[in-house]
Write a protein that binds this ligand. Structure first.
Ligand code: ARG
Length: 404
């Protein structure tokens, strides 16, 4: 069509993103809506979702497998960064957004579209991540977020959809809001909105309960090269297979559940349940191999910057100058992060039982030992402590003079 107004829509197959299709056409006067759905290892069949977009009136419906770049370019850097938002959440949802946004932008630019659209509401973090990523990659593109504009209740939305050929959800919808991909599941809403209520077992799918998990512990070994996990129990695995293996091992033993009150970008506190068995296990083991191979000052500085890295990714600044600068620091440190970690999985726990690095261990036995091979110069400690504590001694000699 000449001068046809085109939009690329991030499409999930849900009620909201489906309603976006007629809404963009009717209210935003868009001629062509191109739906885009990504396979991020959520284990969901995407062909029905692709068809659903067409049924709802999309001109075209694209589905792409992005699992490999998701793990390689987003999850693995997060492992190197030991990224845990507020010390706990491994960003399983957050990491997917800049990847989806970058594909939306590429498609929009290729097709000469005027805007990128998404179905996020105004209360969440994902709208922030999409909007900021899109704006950082292609500031000239418009962003349409119909769900921030309409004021329809869920019931009204379903009715609106039905008018345009979008079937109402067949089964009684789960009371939870769930986001999932190969890095884990995030579960919100329903009864979970009471922060004092224990999450019912039904919300979990990737992790066993303590009760159901095996009585016998399972010890495994994870090997890292330059901060990247490369093998489990000596078997070299590509990033996607490694993530799958880590998920199933940790999940089987009930490791990887999180129940937290989280601070969203928009200022709201929310109660979040996550299960992210593989990613949490890999981060834990990665921290451990770093403790053996990085110097104390690099480690301390990195731990501070890791927090900032996680905040940036959570808050939508994947594509930003500060994130780039932090990546450079992290990448430099990871050259030395080589070795393996032994970890015992048992009843919801991942207990580190050993770490080893033949090339980069800074734990040197003849210096660390209490045995006869000790080469540490004990006498030097006296002079060291004299100077180390000199300022304190001066302070004490002045302030305590008259008190004893
Ligand atoms: N709070 C998480 C984040 O901001 C997950 C958001 C999506 N979760 C969901 N159940 N819809 O990354």
């Amino acid at each position: 069509m000449e001068n046809s107004r085109k939009v690329i829509l991030a499409y999930s197959g849900g009620v909201d993103t489906s309603a976006c299709i007629p809404y963009l056409k009717n209210q935003y006067k868009v001629d062509e809506v191109i739906a885009f759905a990504a396979d991020l290892g959520q284990g969901e069949e995407l062909e029905p979702i692709r068809k659903k977009a067409l049924l709802a009136g999309a001109t075209e419906s694209l589905v792409e497998d992005l699992i490999e770049p998701f793990i390689q370019d987003f999850a693995f850097p997060a492992i190197r960064a030991n990224a845990l938002y507020e010390g706990r959440y491994p960003l399983s949802t957050a990491l997917a957004r800049p990847l989806i946004a970058s594909r939306l932008v590429e498609i929009a630019l290729n097709r000469d579209a005027e805007a990128v659209a998404h179905g996020c509401t105004g209360k969440g973090n994902d709208q922030v991540r999409f909007d900021l990523a899109i704006a950082s990659l292609a500031p000239q593109l418009k962003i349409f977020a119909p769900a921030r504009q309409w004021s329809m209740s869920r019931e009204e939305l379903i009715l609106y959809g039905e008018k345009y050929g979008i079937p109402a959800p067949v089964s009684k919808k789960s009371p939870y809001s769930i986001d999932l991909n190969l890095l884990g599941r995030s579960i919100e809403a329903g009864s979970l909105e009471d922060p004092f209520l224990e999450p019912p077992e039904e919300v979990f799918q990737l992790t066993s309960s303590i009760k159901e998990s095996p009585e016998e512990p399972k010890e495994i070994e994870i090997t890292f090269e330059q901060g990247y996990p490369v093998s489990i129990d000596g078997e070299v695995l590509d990033p996607v297979s490694l993530m799958r293996r880590a998920n199933s091992l940790a999940g089987k033993h009930g490791f990887g559940r999180i129940d937290m009150i989280e601070n969203r970008v928009v200022g709201i506190k929310s109660r979040e349940i996550y299960e992210s068995p593989g990613l949490l296990l890999l981060i834990k083991c990665h921290q451990e191999i770093e403790s053996l191979t990085l110097s104390a000052d690099v480690l301390r500085t990195k731990r501070q910057l890791e927090r900032q890295w996680a905040d940036l990714v959570y808050q939508g600044f994947w594509f930003s100058p500060l994130k780039n600068a932090l990546d450079s620091f992290i990448n430099t440190t990871q050259i030395d992060v080589n070795g393996k970690v032994k970890v015992k999985l048992h009843k919801g726990n991942a207990i580190i039982t050993g770490r080893q690095s033949s090339s980069n261990s800074l734990y040197l036995p003849d210096i660390s030992t209490y045995g006869a091979e000790d080469t540490f110069d004990h006498k030097s400690a006296e002079g060291f402590i004299y100077i180390w504590g000199l300022a304190n001694r001066l302070w004490a000699s002045v302030t305590r003079k008259n008190k004893f």
